[in-house]
Ligand binder design. Structure first.
Ligand code: SF4
Length: 344
């Protein structure tokens, strides 16, 4: 599948029963498709899946979860897996095994360790351990609440949804500008409205994904729903479950055009953002860092020219710097072009 292709696909009905998920596969799937389903369920590491029944009449799978798997992830994970199955006129048109990933970004401990590690490696001069401190302080206060998205200096009236940098993006960018914004009113989370909003929204995203979905669904259902929306001027898709929540939001709100840049390639892989006409997912390239080819076939790339980047295609769109009057990034993938930012 290449950029701009929009294949029909069906979600497969699922029911969650305590620790297992029963999946009914439509009888219209070909034998090859069912074999691919079998492969998907058994090789996808994060599923810990075991096919315990494959009945040719009902096509039913039961998936057992390894101890410790979180119930809240199950819906998202199963849909991500299902979305990998494409069906065109009831024939199976090819399936590639997903690359194995060794990273589980959903793991809180790993995130904390990453944050602490970044404390010593981040070149911004900010004490990033204050971000996890802010989360602890807000969680202990019992006052965590949803903060509605707002515009910023670059997007103008176009609202943005932000999460804490580093704890959701692993601090991948040298000289992260989001850190500057997070701490522009100091380290005290109770005195900085920006830090408080980003911290609360991060806590909700990590601990109550369905609650957050409902809040955002309400926001996009309101009269004030924006025509253009930017996900993550700060932060990134820290887990597949979180990325899939945004897929569901965009799917349910076709009147809004969504834009997200990401460096969390493993967490967006397999989620069919490219099938949504109102979602522009753009892969952020950093000089010297590889970008997975399976994703560049589907999505546009945002290049960063720091004087060393030599992979930028000729026909690239140069960012003029004001989203409110430009808006090009919201249609990049549709037009099959990349964008270039200049480091300044
Ligand atoms: S290219 Fe346009 S829409 Fe994209 S970031 Fe730059 S100003 Fe904003």
């Amino acid at each position: 599948m290449k950029r701009n292709e929009r294949n029909d696909y069906n979600y497969i009905r699922k029911t969650v029963v305590s620790d297992t998920i029963n999946v009914d596969i439509p009888v219209t799937y070909t034998k090859e498709a069912r074999q691919a389903m079998h492969d998907l369920l058994t090789i996808e590491k994060s599923m810990h899946a075991t096919v315990i029944e494959w009945n040719d009449i009902r096509k039913e799978y039961c998936i057992g979860y390894a101890p410790g798997r979180r119930q809240e992830q199950e819906n998202a994970d199963i849909d991500v897996i299902m979305s990998g199955l494409r069906k065109t006129d009831y024939t199976w048109n090819g399936y590639k095994k997903p690359e194995e990933t060794t990273t589980n970004n959903n793991d809180e401990k790993e995130m904390e360790e990453t944050t602490m590690k970044t404390t010593t490696t981040n070149k911004t001069g900010y004490d990033v351990s204050k971000l996890t401190d802010a989360m602890r302080i807000r969680e202990a206060s019992g006052e965590v609440t949803f903060h509605a998205p707002r515009g910023n200096d670059k997007t103008g009236i176009i609202p943005c949804w932000n999460l804490l940098p580093v704890v959701t993006c692993k601090g991948l960018c040298p000289g992260c500008y989001a850190l500057k914004n997070a701490f522009r009113c100091g380290y005290d989370v109770n005195k900085s409205s920006v830090l408080k909003a980003w911290t609360d929204n991060t806590i909700l995203a990590k601990t109550d994904i369905e609650g957050l979905y409902e809040k955002l669904d309400e926001y996009f259902s309101s009269m004030a729903a924006p025509r253009y929306f930017r996900i993550h001027a700060s932060g990134d898709f820290f887990s597949k479950a979180y990325a899939y929540m945004w897929f569901r939001i965009a799917q349910n709100h076709p009147e809004t055009r969504f834009l997200a840049f990401t460096k969390q390639f493993d967490n967006v892989r397999g989620i069919p953002f490219c099938k949504l006409d109102n979602f522009s997912l753009v892969l952020s390239a950093w000089p010297g860092k590889p970008i997975p080819e399976d994703l560049t076939e589907l999505y546009s790339v945002a290049w960063m020219q720091d004087g060393t980047e030599d992979r930028i295609p000729e026909k690239v769109f140069e960012c003029p710097g004001n989203c409110q009057t430009c808006g090009a990034c919201w249609t990049l993938s549709k037009e099959g072009r990349d964008v270039c930012f200049h480091k300044h």
